[in-house]
Design a protein around this ligand. Structure first.
Ligand SMILES: CC(C)(COP(=O)(O)OP(=O)(O)OC[C@H]1O[C@@H](n2cnc3c(N)ncnc32)[C@H](O)[C@@H]1OP(=O)(O)O)[C@@H](O)C(=O)NCCC(=O)NCCS
Length: 381
């Protein structure tokens, strides 16, 4: 049996912060209203020269550095996004080019805010089936470009960002163990952009009607999320033979702190086992779970062998839960002595994570050095 170990993780958040106070000057709202209803204090907004491609490339470089892999070793790139640079071609192809991943196939996957978990499931299948060895899975969004900044119902909720993970074939039971995916297109119009697709191509009428902006029925989405998220989480856990008590960390889609709280109460998962960063970033759609996963790893909230539950829900409507068994990359002598690679890690992923990995590497290397005489063969699978 082949598994898809997560060996690298990275994120990118644009520099510009848009706070609730900033929004108070733009629409009739208040920090108190936004924070009490959603848990959001601020979000990141992409600069005019930033795109899903540029953000994804930054997140992917960080993930590849942690994995100790060169982009040329990638076999496949999957990008979960609903806000690609162009309708045609896929952002994945441009990301593949920018990374120099010359041997990788590439495609975009659209499943709303559940997209990253869907993409993780797809990437895992390619590895489990034996076709590929290294897959890069990205979740990236620039929702700010589709927001009507006069519409207080939506403009307070969303933010921009990107997260990425590198999957590597492994014989050990690690990576995504089980998942439960679903969709109910009957409610497609609870969250959608009516114009710009093939049903209503861009026209003066589309612009006049504001159909190039996101339309949302917040209450319908709220009811859907609160009802569906715990159910799908339990399904994925049951498939893995686990219960909520076996989970080290729950990483939900960061849509609304109240939705997350309600789902956790229904599941009986205590607050301290839930990763929430919505206060800083708002809802970054398909990017929210990989950004949170990356932060959780950087903060040392997940250790080798831990079970992590990823829980996505959103436009489509779609839902997706996955049980992931965390496993750090296997370490090799060549990795330890590659100072260029260590320098890149420090730059890409912050000193804390690097220090932790370097410490683990030194301990592992001491053991390996004892057992072998400077074998330079790569220990990665
Ligand atoms: C959007 C959401 C925060 C609204 O919260 P809510 O508790 O349903 O809102 P309430 O019923 O308390 O308030 C609605 C009122 O607030 C007003 N309102 C909406 N946005 C507002 C804002 N930013 N500031 C102030 N008032 C606002 C509405 O106009 C409405 O006013 P009215 O009662 O006079 O018509 C909530 O429905 C939600 O989070 N839904 C899910 C959204 C989501 O997650 N989308 C992405 C899915 S992936």
């Amino acid at each position: 049996m082949r598994y898809a170990r997560i060996v690298g993780w990275g994120k990118y958040l644009p520099e510009r912060i848009l706070s609730n106070q900033d929004l108070e000057t733009m629409v009739e709202t208040s920090d108190e209203w936004i924070y009490s209803r959603t848990g959001i204090r601020e979000r990141r907004i992409a600069a005019s020269d930033e795109t899903v491609t540029t953000m994804s490339v930054a997140a992917s470089r960080a993930a590849l550095a942690i994995a100790g892999l060169d982009a040329t070793e990638l076999d496949l790139i999957i990008v979960a996004t609903s806000s690609p640079d162009y309708l045609l071609p896929a952002a994945a192809s441009m990301i593949q080019h920018e990374l120099g991943a010359e041997h990788a196939a590439a495609f975009d996957l659209r499943a709303g805010c559940s997209g990253f978990v869907y993409a993780l499931a797809v990437g895992t299948q390619f590895i489990a089936g034996g076709m590929y060895r290294h897959v890069l899975v990205i979740g990236a969004e620039i929702i700010s470009k589709f927001i009507d900044w006069q519409d207080r119902d939506t403009c307070v909720l969303f933010g921009d960002g990107a997260g990425a993970v590198v999957l590597q074939a492994s014989e050990e039971p690690t990576g995504l163990l089980t998942c439960s995916l679903g969709s109910n297109g009957a409610d497609y119009d609870a969250l959608f952009v009516p114009g710009g697709g093939s049903k209503h191509p861009f026209s003066q009428e589309v612009l006049d009607r504001g159909w190039h902006h996101i339309k949302m029925d917040g209450k319908r989405l709220y009811r859907f999320a609160v009802r569906t998220a715990p159910q799908v989480a339990l399904e994925a856990l049951a498939m893995a033979g686990l219960s909520p008590a076996d989970i080290t960390l729950l990483i939900p889609h960061q849509a609304n702190a109240r939705i997350v709280q309600s789902a956790c109460e229904r599941l009986g998962v205590p607050e301290e086992k839930v990763f929430v960063n919505i206060r800083k970033y708002g809802n970054t759609s398909a990017a929210s779970i990989p950004i949170a996963l990356c932060e959780a790893a950087e903060e040392g909230r997940i250790n080798s062998g831990d079970h992590v539950l990823l829980l996505g829900f959103g436009a489509g409507l779609t839902w997706a839960a996955a049980v992931v068994r965390w496993g750090v990359p296997e370490l090799s002598i060549s990795w330890l002595f590659s100072w260029d690679s260590i320098r890149e890690r420090v730059h890409a992923s912050g000193a804390t994570a690097t220090a932790r990995r370097a410490r683990a590497a030194l301990l592992a290397a001491a053991g390996v050095l004892f057992m072998t005489t400077f074998s330079r063969s790569g220990g990665r699978k």
